[in-house]
Design a protein around this ligand. Structure first.
Ligand SMILES: [Zn+2]
Length: 393
C-alpha cells in the first residue's frame, strides 16, 4: 500500500486508553489507512519524540461568538486552540451563550455577552438549531457541539429579574429547552454566579434538569460558589442529579483562595459518594492556575441591590453622562470601593459571592439551603447593570 501521508516514529496514543503504539500512522484519502506498519508515502512527517493523538475536545469553550463571527479574522482568534490540537469545541457553557434568543433575552443577551463578542455583528439566529446552521454557513474551522445555556432561557421569560419564575414561565423555559435538545444540544448548562443564574433556585434547575435527564442529556454547572460556599455549592448540583437522575458535570472544578484548597479533596469525596448512590458525576479543571471571568461576577449580590441602579440613575440625571462610558467606569470604581469598605466592615462569615448562605455543608441527598430572598426587581434595574458592566469590559 502507498499512502498520501505517513507520520513516522511517533508514540501513537489512540485516545481509548489502550497502551501506546510505536510506528507509522498512514493516511490515505483523508482517512487513517494503517497504524504501526511501515508504509511508503508521498509525504512523511517525522514525529520522533512526539505523541501522535486524535484531536482534543475542549469541553469548556466560551467561543460561542468567536465561532459565529462572520469574519476571516476569527481564524486568528482560534489559531491558539487549533495549534494545541483542539479539533472539537463545546460551547454554551456556564449558563452563558448566544441562543436560544427569544422574549426578554433578545435585547439583554447581546449586552451580557459583550465580554465574549470579538466585534459587534448582527445575530441572525433565534433557536439553537438556527445558531448551529449559522455556524455551518460561516464555516467551521473546528467541530462544534453546544449545551443549552440556562441564562437565555430564563432571560427569555423572566428578563434579568431576581425571584422565582412563575409556573407559566417555567413551562415556556422547558419548551425552549426541549426544542433545543431536539435540535442537537447535548444538555443544559447553568452559571450560578452570574445573572440570571445567581437568582435561580435549586428547584427551578431541577425542574429543567428533569427534562434533560429524559432526553439522556447532561446537566453542567458553574457552581454557586468557589470559596466559602464551595461545599454547599457542590452539594446543590449533586442533589439536582440525585433528584432528577440527570448526569451531572461540575464545570471547572476549583477552590479559590488558599485556605479553601483543602475543600478540593472534600468535594471529590462528595462526588464519589454521589456516584455510589447511582448518579453519573464528572468534572473538568482549568489547565492553569488562574481564573478569568466577567467583572460582574466579582460583585456580591447585595451590591447589585441598588448599587448599580443607583449609579445608573445618577448617571442618567446628569445630562450627557451616558455618552461617556468613562463616567460609568468612575461609578463602578466608586461602587468597588464601597464594596471593599462594606466587606472589610463585615464579619468574615458574611462575605459571600453567591446567594447561598454560609453554613455547614450537607451530604448529597440532604435538602439544600433555602435561597434567601433575592433583591427587589425594581431595584436591580435590569439592563443598567449590564450597560455599566459592558462599558467597563
Ligand atoms: Zn464558568
Amino acid at each position: 500500500m502507498r499512502a498520501d501521508l505517513v507520520i513516522q516514529n511517533g508514540r501513537i496514543l489512540d485516545g481509548t486508553g489502550a497502551p501506546e503504539l510505536r510506528g507509522d500512522l498512514a493516511i490515505r484519502g483523508g482517512k487513517i489507512a494503517s497504524l504501526g506498519k511501515e508504509v511508503e508515502a508521498e509525504d512523511v512527517i517525522d514525529a520522533t519524540g512526539k505523541v501522535v493523538a486524535p484531536g482534543f475536545i475542549d469541553l469548556h469553550s466560551h467561543g460561542d461568538l468567536v465561532l459565529a463571527w462572520p469574519s476571516d479574522d476569527r481564524l486568528s482568534l482560534l489559531e491558539g486552540r487549533i495549534a494545541q490540537g483542539i479539533t472539537t469545541e463545546i460551547v454554551g457553557n456556564c449558563g452563558l451563550g448566544a441562543a436560544p434568543l427569544f422574549g426578554g433575552a433578545t435585547e439583554i443577551l447581546p449586552q451580557i455577552n459583550g465580554w465574549m463578542t470579538p466585534a459587534a455583528f448582527a445575530w441572525s439566529w433565534k433557536g439553537i438549531g438556527d445558531y448551529l446552521s449559522h455556524l455551518e454557513r460561516v464555516g467551521l474551522p473546528v467541530n462544534v457541539g453546544t449545551l443549552v445555556p440556562h441564562g437565555p432561557l430564563r432571560l427569555g421569560v423572566h428578563s434579568l429579574a431576581p425571584g422565582e419564575t412563575s409556573g407559566e414561565a417555567r413551562r415556556l423555559m422547558a419548551e425552549a429547552l426541549e426544542a433545543a435538545l431536539e435540535e442537537g444540544a447535548f444538555g443544559l448548562s447553568a452559571g450560578l454566579i452570574y445573572p440570571p443564574g445567581m437568582y435561580t433556585s435549586t428547584e427551578e434547575l431541577s425542574f429543567l434538569a428533569r427534562r434533560v435527564a429524559r432526553s439522556g442529556g447532561i446537566f453542567t454547572s458553574h457552581v454557586r460558589g468557589s470559596s466559602e460556599t464551595l461545599l454547599d455549592a457542590v452539594s446543590e448540583i449533586l442533589r439536582i442529579g440525585l433528584d432528577t437522575g440527570a448526569r451531572v458535570h461540575h464545570s471547572h472544578a476549583e477552590a479559590v483562595g488558599r485556605r479553601h484548597w483543602p475543600k478540593l479533596a472534600r468535594f471529590l469525596e462528595m462526588e464519589e459518594a454521589a456516584r455510589a448512590e447511582g448518579i453519573s458525576v464528572s468534572a473538568d479543571m482549568f489547565p492553569y492556575t488562574v481564573a478569568a471571568t466577567m467583572m460582574l461576577a466579582i460583585f456580591p449580590p447585595w451590591s447589585l441591590e441598588g448599587g448599580y441602579p443607583a449609579a445608573h440613575r445618577a448617571s442618567e440625571e446628569r445630562p450627557g453622562a451616558r455618552a461617556h462610558p468613562g463616567q460609568h467606569r468612575d461609578r463602578l470604581a466608586e461602587l468597588a470601593s464601597l464594596a471593599r469598605g462594606r466587606m472589610a466592615a463585615q464579619p468574615r462569615q458574611s462575605r459571600r459571592l453567591g446567594p447561598h448562605p454560609v453554613g455547614p455543608h450537607r451530604r448529597p441527598g440532604q435538602p439544600a439551603s433555602p435561597v434567601p430572598p433575592a433583591a427587589d426587581t425594581r431595584e436591580i434595574g435590569n439592563r443598567s447593570v449590564m450597560e455599566i458592566a459592558t462599558c467597563v469590559s
